[in-house]
Design a protein around this ligand. Structure first.
Ligand SMILES: [Zn+2]
Length: 236
């Protein structure tokens, strides 16, 4: 069926930046592409986590709901995640994630990585976007209105992807991580973390990427450029 550790992606970040977000791949189709992933919902309403075959919507109101099969996703990334290695490791902060990935494989600088981190975090900061206020509003404009939450001593899972720098605009270059807590009550796009214990860290290198582009009129009409600073501002 679906190949392990390939990346399937629907649409590209540049399209979200251009505000193309009113339709997309149905959840039921998306979950056939993998068991783990991240993304967003129509009108950029909150953050998506695909974990253990379930699609969660992390909403700006602070609560989490399970997405229905017909809901559409304007941008989403999935992989059939089968870790090539899982280790227990200290993880000081967000930058420390790169260290763990490099230790696992230092020849993947131009490849992709997918990973999952389970553990207890002393501090964790995550955000959820509030959604477009008008049709076609660019993602970059949503940064000032996102809901940022800080958690202390929280247990949960980070779903992450690392993309090479040259892929900026197609995906998010570097790390892109979404967090969901153990009880599936809170979460968001991961901004910062701090940990003083060990976490369980699983990694897989990915060298197959499939990108499906929307065929909608909105996608066709969008003027897309790669706004490096803009993407780092909202997705960094
Ligand atoms: Zn995100």
């Amino acid at each position: 069926m679906v190949e392990p550790n390939h990346i399937y992606q629907y649409s590209i970040i540049n399209a979200l930046m251009a505000g193309v977000a009113d339709s997309g791949i149905p959840v039921s189709q998306f979950t056939s592409k993998g068991n783990q992933g991240i993304g967003t919902f129509t009108k950029i309403q909150g953050e998506l986590v695909l974990l253990d075959d379930k699609v969660y919507q992390l909403q700006a109101s602070g609560s989490i709901r399970t997405a229905g099969p017909e809901e559409q996703l304007p941008y989403a990334v999935a992989t059939q995640y089968e870790p090539q290695r899982t280790i227990r490791t200290p993880l000081k902060d967000k930058d420390d994630i790169d260290r763990v990935l490099e230790e696992f494989n230092d020849h993947a600088g131009n490849l992709f990585m997918s990973y999952r981190v389970d553990g207890r975090f002393k501090k964790l900061k995550a955000r959820t976007v509030r959604g477009q206020e008008y049709e076609g509003q660019p993602l970059s404009e949503l940064g000032s209105k996102q809901a940022v939450q800080e958690y202390e001593d929280i247990e949960g899972t980070i779903v992450g992807f690392r993309a090479p720098a040259a892929w900026q605009g197609f995906m998010v270059a570097g790390e892109h991580m979404h967090f969901i807590d153990r009880d599936r009550n809170v979460g968001g796009h991961l901004l910062e973390l701090e940990s003083d214990g060990e976490v369980e860290f699983g990694v897989a290198v990915v060298n197959n990427v499939h990108i499906e582009l929307p065929t909608s009129e909105k996608f066709n009409a969008a003027r897309m450029t790669t706004e490096d600073a803009g993407i780092k501002g909202i997705e960094g």
